[in-house]
Design a protein around this ligand. Structure first.
Ligand SMILES: Cc1cc2nc3c(=O)[nH]c(=O)nc-3n(C[C@H](O)[C@H](O)[C@H](O)COP(=O)(O)O)c2cc1C
Length: 154
């Protein structure tokens, strides 16, 4: 069984709805399970133990939410232990700017994760289309995690 961590922050529920859609996508694949965690309840051990990870945040001042950034700051010392894991990001904003998404994708690069899907920018109230692409993002993460699990580790 591979585990996909869906790590998110949300204050008014929009990003949380996207996170749940990502998890739904993960669990459409046999052998994959999703662990959905709001970032202030997560530890770096969740990052170490997962097989793939999705990061979700609202757009705050053209960046990810502060609590998300704090998580990455805390994870700096375990960077080597997560490199290579499949990753992807999704965001919710009042406008259509992709600035928060770029900030999360910068972290995907900094932690040397493998970006496996285009990121999602959801504008305003969370709509069906955003939920659909988040579900697909979850499927892509689970698929890649399962492929990696098949390759024997020496
Ligand atoms: C402190 C703060 C700063 C924000 N800054 C931006 C911003 O720069 N750009 C934007 O599009 N939306 C901005 N928003 C709007 C939120 O990103 C938007 O309402 C989002 O959908 C909320 O997600 P949530 O329901 O998951 O909390 C801001 C909201 C707050 C509370």
């Amino acid at each position: 069984m591979v585990e996909v961590l869906v790590l998110y922050y949300s204050r008014t529920g929009r990003t949380e709805a996207l996170a749940r859609a990502v998890a739904e996508g993960v669990e459409t694949l046999e052998g994959a399970s999703a662990k959905v965690k709001r970032v202030d309840y997560a530890t770096v051990n969740d990052f170490i133990s997962c097989d793939a990870v999705a990061f979700g945040s609202p757009n705050y001042f053209s960046y990810m939410a502060g609590l998300m950034k704090d998580f990455f700051d805390r994870a700096l010392t375990i960077r080597e232990r997560v490199s290579g894991k499949p990753g992807a990001a999704f965001t919710s904003g009042g406008g259509s700017s992709n600035s928060a998404l770029l900030s999360l994708e910068k972290m995907i690069a900094s932690f040397r994760l493998e970006k496996v899907a285009d990121g999602v920018v959801s504008q305003g109230e969370t709509g069906e289309e955003s939920l659909k692409v988040c579900k697909q993002l979850g499927e892509a993460l689970a698929k890649r995690a399962l492929e990696r699990a098949e390759v024997p580790k020496d």
